[in-house]
Design a protein around this ligand. Structure first.
Ligand code: 5GP
Ligand code: ZN
Length: 115
């Protein structure tokens, strides 16, 4: 398995795990795009939302609902943004589904049509 997130999950690639439960783990993004930039990564490897089984969707829903309970530890008290890049137009670079958690500053919301 050449997936970087699976390697982090099984300890082959060292990375500080900020939170872990039976469904997912959370790490800091190696190339942060905001003052706080985390990745919430399902423990099970799958590439896209369209690949989710019902069981994966249940685990994913539990994971999303866990984020606000970690608000203090992660510094999300003033708000946060979740992003899931899917496929080429979104610029997905790691093909193991993950949720970006951005926080720690006001997050602008650019009009991408104007770029
Ligand atoms: P994507 O572009 O697929 O939505 O996001 C992949 C993210 O994974 C990028 O923001 C990238 O910086 C991050 N990333 C890639 N490799 C590593 C790594 O080895 N460790 C960590 N912590 N983040 C990584
Ligand atoms: Zn993987």
């Amino acid at each position: 398995m050449s997936c970087i997130f699976c390697k982090i999950n099984n300890g082959e690639v060292p990375s500080e795990i900020l939170y872990r439960d039976e469904d997912m783990f959370i790490i800091k993004d190696i190339d942060p795009k905001a003052n706080k930039h985390y990745l919430m990564i399902p423990t099970k490897h799958y590439k896209l939302i369209s690949d989710m089984t019902d069981e994966d969707a249940d685990a994913f829903a539990r994971s999303i609902r866990k984020i606000p309970t970690l608000s203090k530890e992660l510094g999300l008290e003033n708000g946060y943004r979740l992003i899931i890049n899917q496929g080429d137009d979104a610029g997905q670079t790691v093909f193991h589904l993950h949720v970006h958690i951005l926080a720690g500053q006001p997050l602008d919301f650019p009009d991408l049509k104007k770029q």
